[in-house]
Design a protein around this ligand. Structure first.
Ligand code: MV4
Length: 502
């Protein structure tokens, strides 16, 4: 049993991890930077130690200091959260060397999935579908890439092997463009990751971003907890996630879930992880990459499965078996997460800094808010701008949307600008309501004045949602919902249903 866990992170995720430890009776140690002296994670922990100045490199990325603190305060384990040191194989290895459990996967799994070309090659061998592209690993020369490009065909994507987050990614329309774009992709990857290595994939257009949560223990048990729909993002920053996806059905979930389990087993995975897929219009799916960490959006999976993912992480890190087998995993209702960022949606999502003077946090049935800030806390430009995650659960997707609209209305944050108006506009968007969106939606088809122009628009939206709810609740609905998932827009079936009842 762990007696004491050091949480090597800050903000809402540090608070989330401390809460899980508290509930199972484990003492907690926080670490913090100079600007986080009064942060919530410091207040919630049993002990706290200063790391250094605000910049991450001098604080939350100081692996040496963190391990030293863990050793000296007698922590048995370190939880890295997400970001910072979470996917650094050298940190995971250094913890093990110091006799401290790393609450996450083995260094070798982090490394195997960290190199995206190697990850591709590994999962291909395990029979996981990937987008057609280069299959060799190691440093491919420009000459080899040009040759491969003609075979793959256009349009294609140049991706950085050290990548993630779209850095060093280039869309290529023709062979003529290749040399220039190769050069700029390599240059960007080199400056972002210190590694200019790239690989190629055919471009999949108009796809959705679906990710499958998996849990694995040290006894060879691997299960999946279903998917999260993460297509609503802007510049590779996710803004809103849903579980389950409105684009999936039970059969597809079972298929993709077992493929995700295969991918995890291919790298001998232990602890919580996420397999990212692209899902195209014809419901073909392709492995993209694996995130070898706890993710920001893990709460929506917790809401629909009832499984505490952080507690399972701690449990398997202690060498215990998972508390659940695949048959025990049942999905109930629908969950949505809105990431509340300190940024101005009316001004190109410009980051907003300053002191939070007042805040009123929504509560009530089906609402969960994970946050690391409070009135008096200052938002600085040193860390990412997410100040809270507003998570709601509803019996149906429509109920969840209505609940999210209510919670967003209740939310008050004074002192910094937030993207709450963006989320409100999204909740009123007819395309969102119909579940009809892909990864291009926010950037190409969505505008802040899409919905809610005047009171009438709101009344109309509410009426549509009420109709959706009522519809789901009739026995009749099952058939029509099934049909809609195959061939018509939700929009049409609401109209059809209304005409039927006139
Ligand atoms: C793709 C793709 C289309 N085709 N690969 C973006 C970041 C990296 N994780 C993978 N990404 C993509 N890879 C092929 N072959 C489209 C994207 C993509 C994307 C993926 C997930 C979520 C949002 C995205 C936004 C733009 C592009």
């Amino acid at each position: 049993m762990f007696k004491k866990v050091l949480v090597a992170n800050r903000g809402e995720i540090a608070v989330r991890i401390i809460r899980a430890c508290r509930e199972v009776g484990i003492e907690t140690v926080a670490v913090y930077s100079e600007v986080d002296r009064h942060a919530l994670h410091v207040r919630y922990a049993d002990e706290a130690y200063l790391l250094g100045p605000a910049p991450s490199r001098e604080s939350y990325l100081r692996a040496d200091k963190i391990i030293d603190i863990a050793r000296r305060c007698g922590a048995d384990a370190v939880h890295p959260g997400y970001g910072f040191l979470a996917e650094r194989e050298d940190f995971a290895a250094a913890c093990a060397e110091a006799g401290i459990a790393f609450i996450g996967p083995k260094p070798s799994s982090i490394a195997a999935m960290g190199d995206k070309a190697e990850a591709r090659a590994t999962v291909i061998k395990a029979g996981v579908p990937v987008v057609p592209g280069t299959e060799d690993v190691g440093n491919l020369t420009d000459e080899e890439l040009l040759k491969a490009a003609s075979q793959i065909g256009f349009p294609l994507l140049i991706k950085a092997t050290a990548g993630g987050g779209g850095k060093g990614m280039r869309e290529v329309q023709s062979l003529e463009e290749m040399p220039t774009l190769l050069q700029s992709a390599r240059r960007e990857a080199e400056s972002a990751f210190g590694d200019g290595n790239v690989y190629l994939e055919k471009l999949v257009e108009g796809a959705r971003h679906i990710e499958i949560q998996i849990l694995a223990d040290t006894h060879g048990n691997v299960i999946h907890l279903g998917e999260r729909e993460c297509s609503l993002q802007r510049r590779h920053q996710k803004l809103l996630e849903e579980a389950l996806s409105p684009a999936m059905d039970d059969d597809l979930r079972e298929t993709m879930g077992s493929v995700a389990v295969k991918a995890a087993k291919a790298v001998d995975y232990v602890n919580a992880g996420t397999i990212e897929f692209l899902l195209d219009k014809d419901k073909n799916f392709y492995f993209l990459e694996m995130n070898t960490r706890l993710q920001v959006e893990h709460p929506i999976t917790e809401m629909v499965t009832g499984i505490d993912i952080v507690k399972e992480q701690i449990r398997v890190a202690r060498g215990r078996t998972l508390s659940y087998e695949q048959e025990d995993v049942k999905f109930n209702g629908h969950a949505i997460e809105c990431r509340v960022n300190a940024e101005d949606p009316y001004n190109n999502f410009l980051p907003s800094t300053g002191r939070i003077t007042h805040s009123l946090i929504p509560t009530g049935p089906g609402v969960r808010v994970d946050t690391g800030v409070y009135p008096g806390f200052e938002i600085t430009p040193f860390y990412d701008p997410m100040i809270a995650k507003l998570i709601v659960w509803g019996e149906t997707r429509a109920q969840a949307i209505l609940r999210m609209r209510r919670a967003l209305e209740e939310y008050r944050i004074v002192g910094v600008r937030t993207n709450i108006p963006f989320h409100q506009t999204m909740m009123d968007s007819h395309r969102f309501m119909g579940g009809q969106y892909d990864t291009r939606f926010v950037e190409e088809r969505f505008s802040m004045d899409d919905a809610g122009e005047g009171k009438d628009a709101y009344a109309e939206t509410a009426a549509i949602l009420a109709t959706l709810v009522a519809h789901r609740e009739t026995a009749l609905s099952a058939n029509i919902v099934n049909r809609n998932e195959r061939d018509t827009s939700n929009w049409k079936w609401v109209g059809r249903w209304e005409r039927m009842h006139r």
